[in-house]
Write a protein that binds this ligand. Structure first.
Ligand code: NAD
Length: 255
């Protein structure tokens, strides 16, 4: 049986992390070649090693770069296209871990860093990748936003502002590129059990106790819950989907 992404060539920013890592595994298992890109070079390399020893028939490439740096972002796209023989799918799954602070308390540097990593890097990724997607005859851009791009809690203004902007940026990318068969979609997860979530709390038990009541489905999400959605969006099953925000949040925003 052939995979749903057989022959596809993908780059996954934040592929060393929880959600990006699960997407890298799912894409590879479905036949895609995968470039794992992460600011943490060791995490990118070890994820690539995992893929190489997993079932799949694509190529694997690893790169340690900060995607918020314009020169590095350009180099990441060019090196990936060279290593994989082209590029047709991008996934951006990286964000800062800014400290909790109200607008009044927030340091200007934390605000700027959130904009640079969460938002500007997504602009850079698409800016440099779109010519390759066009050359490939089309492609898919998947940007990981958040349910907190649509609703807010106190103390995370930079996160809310950047995630809301990511949803709008992705819609703009979508409508600018329909004629080239390029689709662009955000996926907005609810709370997903990754190191990022752990870093904001003391223990997994504390996170579950605090956040599960906000998720009517009765549990927090797992990285694979998002990987399944990313596979759907990347595949031909989602051929009519573009310019939308796919919320995968266990009902968080429904109440
Ligand atoms: N975990 C959640 O509850 C949750 C919920 C909603 C949205 N999200 C979003 O999902 C995405 C992935 O989150 P995660 O939970 O997998 O986090 P994670 O910390 O497990 O993974 C993020 C990865 O991105 C990398 N990264 C950070 N800055 C980078 C940069 N400048 N350049 C390249 N790589 C960089 C990190 O090194 C890390 O490996 C983020 O955009 C996050 O906002 C997460």
């Amino acid at each position: 049986m052939t995979g749903k992404l057989e022959g596809r060539k993908s780059i996954i920013i934040g592929g060393g992390g929880g959600i990006g890592g699960a997407i890298a595994h799912r894409f590879y298992a479905e036949g895609a070649s995968v470039a794992v890109v992460d600011a943490n070079a060791a995490a990118a390399e070890s994820r690539a090693e995992e893929l190489r020893s997993a079932a799949g028939n694509g190529d694997v490439f690893a790169l340690g770069i900060d995607i918020g740096d314009p020169d590095a972002a350009k180099r990441a796209i060019e090196d990936t296209a060279k290593a994989l023989g082209g590029l047709d799918t991008t996934v951006h799954s990286a964000a800062t871990r800014e400290p909790t602070a109200t607008v009044e308390e927030m340091h200007f540097e934390h605000w700027n860093e959130a904009l640079r990593v969460n938002l500007t890097s997504m602009f850079l990724l698409s800016k440099f990748a779109i010519p390759h997607l066009r050359s490939a005859g089309g492609g898919v851009i998947i940007n990981i936003a958040s349910q907190l791009g649509s609703v807010v809690t106190a103390g995370r203004p930079a996160y809310h502002a950047t995630k809301g902007a990511v949803i709008q940026l992705t819609k703009a990318i979508a409508i600018e590129n329909t004629q080239d068969n390029i689709r662009a979609v955000t996926i907005s997860p609810g709370a997903i059990e990754t190191d990022r979530l752990l870093a904001r709390h003391n223990s997994i038990e504390a996170i579950r106790e605090k956040l599960t009541p906000g998720h009517p489905i009765g549990r927090l999400g797992q990285p694979d819950d998002i990987a399944g959605a990313a596979l759907f969006v990347a595949s031909e099953d989602a051929a009519f989907m573009t310019g939308t925000d796919l919320i995968i949040d266990g009902g968080y925003t429904a109440v």
